[in-house]
Design a protein around this ligand. Structure first.
Ligand code: ADP
Ligand code: MG
Length: 458
C-alpha cells in the first residue's frame, strides 16, 4: 500500500471521503512529508514552491483539530496579500466540506471593516488574512486570538519581504504560547530562521527537492581582502560592463555602503533593502528594469519576488551563510536559455564555506584572478528616468507622454524607453543624451490639457 494515500493518515473518514470527492487520492510531496508531523502536533518549517499543495498540507491539520461546537477563532492563517488569502480561503472551504458549519473568514485590507467586524461577532472558527488588517481588528478589539491553537504563516518569506515582521510578532503576542505553528516559505533567508526561533517550538524542517533544468551560468570565485573588496567589485563591474547587475550582500548596512561606493565611483547603483517603503521600492525597481539604474545592491530578502529578466551579472559580495542561498542567488542570471555570469568574492575567512557550496552545486568552483580582469572605462546607464506627478488617476496614458516628448521632433520615439504608469505617477525612460530636453518639454508643456510636475531621477 502506498504511503502517499490520504487514507493512511489519522484523519476522519468523512474528511478522506471529501478529499476523494475533490479528486485528491494521493498526497503531493509536501503533503506527504508534512502531514504526518503536523497531525502529530509538531511545529513545522516547510519549504515548498507555489502549486505544491501547501494549503491542504497545513489546512487538513488545522481542520482536524477544530472544535466546531466552539464558536471561537481557533486557527489563524496569515498571507502576504489579499489575493493569496482569498486563494487559501477558497481551498480551505472546499477542504472543510466534510463537516457542517465550519466558518472560515477572510480579513484583508482594501475591504470595508464593518462587515468584517459583524462577521467576527457572529463567530468564526478560522481566520485567513493579511497582517495589516488582522492588526487593525486586534487594535479595535474585534478579533480575539486567545483561543487560537494553530497558527499558519503562508509564504512567510514574502511577508518578511514586504516588511511584515513586526506586525507578525505583534499579532503573535495576542495568541496563547501553547499552540502549533506551521511556517511555509519558498526560500529560507536568514530572517526566516530568526523568526522561527522566536515563534516556534523545536520546529521540524521539511522540504521538497526540485529538479530544475540546469541553467548555463559561468561561476567564478575571486579571492580578495576586506579592504580590497569594494575596488575588486568595481573592477568586476567595469570588466563585464554590466548594465543589469545585482550585487548580493548579507546585511542591509553593507548594501548601503556598497551602493554608496559604486555611486561615488560613477556607476548608477542603488541599494534595495527591506527598509524602503513600497513607493521607493517600486521606483527603484522601475529604474532598474527600464535601464536607468545599472546596479542593484540587495539583501536576499529584498530581492525576493523580483522578476527581472535579462540580468547579465550576479555578484556575491559575500558568500551567503547557507549554500542553498548561493544557488538561489546565481539562479537569477542565465534564465530563459541565456547564459549568465555569477561572480563571488571571498576572503580567506570565507574559504571554509566553499566546499559546502561545491557540494550543493555538485561540482567544484572555478577560481579567477583579480589581476587578469580588464580595466575598462566607466559606463553609463543607457537611460534616465523622468517621473511625472500624474498617472492613471489623471487619465494619463503612455501615448500622452510619448506625444509630449516627441512634440517638437527633437526626440524620436526610439529614444524613449519603457513607460510605467501607476495610479498617481508615471515613469518614462529617455535616452541619456535627450533626457534634459524631454524634461523641459514636459515641464513646459501640457498633457490632457494640463501641466504636470516632472522630476529628473538621475
Ligand atoms: P500552493 O499553496 O502550494 O501554491 P495550493 O494549495 O494552492 O498550492 O494547491 C495547488 C493546486 O493543487 C490546487 O488547485 C489544489 O486544489 C491542488 N491540489 C492540492 N493537493 C492536491 C492533491 N493531493 N491531489 C490533487 N490536487 C491537489
Ligand atoms: Mg498557497
Amino acid at each position: 500500500m502506498s504511503s502517499k494515500l490520504f487514507s493512511n493518515l489519522p484523519l476522519e473518514k468523512a474528511m478522506i471521503d471529501n478529499l476523494d470527492a475533490m479528486g485528491y487520492t494521493e498526497m503531493t510531496a509536501i503533503q506527504e512529508q508534512s502531514l504526518p508531523l503536523s497531525l502529530a502536533g509538531e511545529d513545522i518549517i516547510a519549504k515548498a514552491k507555489t502549486g505544491s499543495g501547501k494549503t491542504a498540507a497545513f489546512g487538513l491539520s488545522m481542520l482536524h483539530k477544530l472544535d466546531v461546537k466552539k464558536w471561537k477563532v481557533q486557527g489563524l492563517i496569515m498571507c502576504p496579500t489579499r489575493e493569496l488569502a482569498d486563494q487559501v480561503a477558497e481551498e480551505l472551504r472546499r477542504l472543510a466540506r466534510f463537516k457542517h458549519n465550519i466558518k472560515i473568514l477572510t480579513l484583508c485590507g482594501g475591504m470595508p471593516l464593518t462587515p468584517q467586524r459583524i462577521s467576527l461577532e457572529h463567530g468564526a472558527h478560522i481566520v485567513v488574512g493579511t497582517p495589516g488588517r488582522i492588526q487593525d481588528h486586534i487594535g479595535k478589539n474585534t478579533l480575539d486570538l486567545s483561543n487560537v491553537h494553530t497558527l499558519i504563516l503562508d509564504e512567510a518569506d514574502r511577508m518578511l519581504d514586504m516588511g511584515f515582521l513586526d506586525d507578525i510578532k505583534q499579532i503573535i503576542s495576542h495568541m496563547p504560547s501553547e499552540r502549533q505553528t506551521l511556517l511555509f516559505s519558498a526560500t529560507y533567508p536568514e530572517e526566516i530562521n530568526f523568526l522561527s526561533r522566536t515563534i516556534m517550538k523545536n520546529p521540524k524542517s521539511v522540504s521538497v527537492e526540485e529538479h530544475e533544468e540546469k541553467p548555463d551560468i559561468v561561476q567564478t570565485f575571486y579571492k580578495t581582502s576586506e579592504s580590497q573588496k569594494d575596488a575588486v567589485l568595481l573592477n568586476l563591474l567595469l570588466h563585464h560592463q554590466a548594465t543589469s547587475a545585482i550585487i548580493f550582500c548579507n546585511m542591509k548596512i553593507t548594501c548601503d555602503e556598497v551602493a554608496e561606493y559604486l555611486y561615488s565611483a560613477g556607476l548608477h547603483a542603488v541599494a534595495l533593502h527591506g527598509d524602503l517603503d513600497q513607493k521607493e521600492r517600486t521606483e527603484m525597481l522601475t529604474l532598474f528594469s527600464n535601464g536607468s539604474v545599472s546596479v542593484l545592491v540587495a539583501t536576499d530578502v529584498a530581492a525576493r519576488g523580483l522578476d527581472i529578466k535579462d540580468l547579465d551579472l550576479v555578484v556575491n559580495y559575500e558568500i551567503p551563510n547557507q549554500s542553498e542561498v548561493y544557488v538561489h542567488r546565481i539562479g537569477r542570471t542565465g534564465r530563459a536559455g541565456k547564459s549568465g555570469i555569477a561572480d563571488t568574492l571571498y576572503t580567506p575567512r570565507d574559504e571554509r564555506k566553499i566546499p559546502e557550496i561545491e557540494e550543493e552545486i555538485g561540482e567544484s568552483v572555478n577560481y579567477g584572478n583579480v589581476d587578469s580582469l580588464k580595466h575598462n572605462d566607466l559606463y553609463r546607464a543607457k537611460y534616465v528616468t523622468l517621473r511625472i506627478d500624474g498617472g492613471k488617476k489623471d487619465k494619463l496614458r503612455a501615448g500622452d507622454i510619448v506625444g509630449a516628448i516627441t512634440s517638437d521632433n527633437t526626440i524620436n520615439g526610439d529614444e524613449i524607453g519603457n513607460i510605467n504608469l501607476t495610479a498617481m505617477r508615471s515613469y518614462v525612460a529617455v535616452d541619456r543624451a535627450k533626457a534634459k530636453k524631454a524634461f523641459n518639454l514636459i515641464r513646459d508643456g501640457k498633457m490632457k490639457g494640463r501641466n504636470f510636475r516632472v522630476h529628473l531621477l538621475d
